[in-house]
Design a protein around this ligand. Structure first.
Ligand SMILES: NC(=O)c1ccc[n+]([C@@H]2O[C@H](COP(=O)([O-])OP(=O)(O)OC[C@H]3O[C@@H](n4cnc5c(N)ncnc54)[C@H](OP(=O)(O)O)[C@@H]3O)[C@@H](O)[C@H]2O)c1
Length: 226
């Protein structure tokens, strides 16, 4: 099956590509700067179906160029993983940071979906997976982190809209919370190794049902309330 994974040069995206290529899937992986993505490049060994493309999801022209240069043929599963956390600490309400994070996490995901939809429609998989966070849940929110929380709440709504708009075409669209994972974003205190988080999320993605479409789950399959 052919997967697209964004933000794959490190962290959760990189681990998705590791596990997908290890089980023999075809993967189009993206990095803002493929020339500075040594761990991702190292996965592109002979016999591995991995192509690496430049993509900045915050930039219309970059997304357009990516969609145009993607080799022809159907895409079965799109994993929208690229994301930023925003400034931690500092000014509690920082309008510039809120807009920057929103542009990557919420609008960036939709930029990619919009231009890859024709490819996803060609495929049989018809799965769109958006990496969200429990921090975007209104029901479970405590304070702080305006930029990140707002962006992920919007992403959850985008997931729901896509799920409903595309349900009739057989699409399954879901938002997944990876847990608190040991990546640059997760930081040193994060308890969860990427291997475990991604194993859990792939189990959910592989078995995704129409009934689950439009909802948010964590990597263990717990449904997260809006
Ligand atoms: N780690 C956690 O505990 C945790 C928890 C909840 C949700 N998440 C979500 O999981 C996803 C992956 O997070 P992570 O922990 O792997 O973070 P990470 O280690 O900081 O990696 C983020 C990835 O996104 C890419 N990226 C950032 N801005 C981009 C842009 N404008 N266009 C394209 N790619 C861009 C980064 O590329 P560069 O190297 O070029 O910056 C990097 O590849 C994010 O959506 C995050 O919100 C993570």
């Amino acid at each position: 099956m052919r997967f697209v994974v964004t933000g794959a040069n490190r962290g959760i995206g990189l681990e998705f590509v590791k596990q997908l290529t290890a089980r023999g899937e075809e993967v189009d992986a993206t990095a803002r700067d493929p020339g500075d993505a040594p761990e991702l490049q190292a996965l592109a060994r002979p016999g591995v179906q991995l192509r690496i493309h430049p993509l900045d999801v915050a930039d219309d022209a970059s997304v357009a160029a990516f969609a145009e240069q993607l080799p022809p043929g159907p895409v079965e599963v799109l994993i929208n993983n690229a994301g930023v956390s925003g400034v931690k600490g500092g000014e509690p309400i920082d309008p510039a940071d809120i807009l920057r994070v929103f542009n990557v996490n919420a609008v960036g995901t939709l930029r990619v979906v919009r231009l890859l939809l024709p490819r996803l429609r060609e495929g049989k998989g018809k799965k769109i997976v958006n990496l969200t966070s429990v921090l975007g849940s209104i029901a479970e929110a405590d304070g702080g982190r305006f930029a990140y929380r707002l962006s992920k709440t919007a992403l959850n709504m985008a997931t729901k809209i896509l799920a409903e708009d595309l349900r009739g075409e057989g699409f399954r669209t879901v938002a997944l919370h990876p847990g608190w994972v040991q990546t640059r974003m997760g930081g040193g205190a994060a308890p969860l190794p990427p291997e475990q988080s991604i194993r859990g999320m792939l189990r959910i993605i592989d078995g995704l049902t129409a009934e689950q479409s439009g909802r948010t789950f964590d990597f263990q399959g717990r449904q997260i309330p809006w």
